[in-house]
Design a protein around this ligand. Sequence first.
Ligand SMILES: C[S@@+](CC[C@H](N)C(=O)[O-])C[C@H]1O[C@@H](n2cnc3c(N)ncnc32)[C@H](O)[C@@H]1O
Length: 215
Amino acid sequence: MNLKEHWNNIYLDKDLKKVSWHQDKPSLSLDLISMSSMNRDTKILDVGAGTSTLVDNLLGIGYRNLGILDISETAIEITKERLGNKAQEVEWFISDATRFQSPHLWDIWHDRAVFHFLTEDYERKAYMECMESSLSDDATAIIGTFGPEGPTQCSGLSCKCYGIEDMAEWIGSAFSIEHYQVVEHKTPRNVIQQFIFFLLKRTVETIGSDRQSFE
Ligand SMILES: C[S@@+](CC[C@H](N)C(=O)[O-])C[C@H]1O[C@@H](n2cnc3c(N)ncnc32)[C@H](O)[C@@H]1O
């Protein structure tokens, strides 16, 4: 089964309020987005958005340039249906984040619980290159991954845990870590998962310029 089928099956089979990553309200993501830009014209892309209500919340407080990307068209269909008419106000992308070619630049790249599924160096390198080429010059990336004491498995897939040094190595000098926050996420089954959220600021450097080569 490929990755797309894996995630489509999850969204077809499971009670979405019981999946481990479920949040009633993505409060920290909303706070970090507000910290990055209060301008409601800011172009925000939620990468691996799944069926998160981040987009509902952002529309609700007036952000009007929103994009949703996910490898699973099933997740995208569920979110579109939930939004009803408001779905027309959003740009939709069914794509692997490591192969995404954005039609225009974004000001904020938001990823909660996607980057940690990339366990191969070539995938992480491709993700970082897509992130960089999708972002405007003074953009922000908000990446929430499993923290140093996070789980190494989720949804039947292996995950990679991140500390500050690990993330610094991946972003090289193309981004700087402006802020980070370690948080405990309580799953619907009351299991605690450690996450770390990074707020990364784009610099003038190009990704890969000083990041070690993984060829
Ligand atoms: C653990 S869920 C998190 C969903 C959402 N961000 C949230 O916080 O509720 C991971 C999501 O990433 C998507 N995903 C996994 N790998 C991906 C990839 N390489 N490219 C794009 N989306 C991916 C999955 O379909 C799934 O919706």
